[in-house]
Design a protein around this ligand. Structure first.
Ligand SMILES: [Mg+2]
Length: 135
């Protein structure tokens, strides 16, 4: 089975800070998203093919690879793909990747993957609690 993980805010975590008017003020990197990384590890150990598909620009390839190294997961991956801003569902269908399971923090990316691959299970990864303005 092919399992796809997004990178930013799925494999990684970030902390949002808000100004007094409730506008997003800053986003600070917060290292690994341990919960998702544990899920990645479990899929790998179950014998699944695991890949990263990020909409990051290819210019950030080295940064993505460095992060995956730092989190200790690079060796488990069959591929790391940068769509350069293209929707992931569309990009995967153009590149012959047919996911069985897809993890992403962005509900719109999950919806696009479902549109392209109706049988795929999508998992919307929760953002760090700081993103919830109402807390
Ligand atoms: Mg993301």
């Amino acid at each position: 089975m092919l399992v796809i993980f997004d990178f930013d805010d799925t494999i990684t975590s970030s902390i949002a800070s808000w100004d007094h008017e409730g506008c997003l003020d800053d986003v600070t990197p917060n290292g690994a998203n341990e919960k998702t990384i544990q899920q990645l590890r479990e899929h790998f150990e179950a014998g699944d093919e695991v890949r990263i598909v990020t909409s990051r620009s290819r210019d950030h390839l080295q940064n993505t690879l460095d992060g995956l190294d730092e989190f200790g997961v690079s060796w488990m991956l069959s591929g790391v793909h940068h769509t350069d801003g293209e929707w992931k569902g569309l990009w995967m269908s153009e590149h012959g990747l047919v996911p069985d399971k897809f993890f992403d923090d962005d509900p719109l990316e999950c919806a696009d993957v479902l549109r392209c691959f109706p049988d795929c299970e999508t998992v919307q990864v929760k953002l760090h609690p700081s993103w919830d303005k109402d807390v």
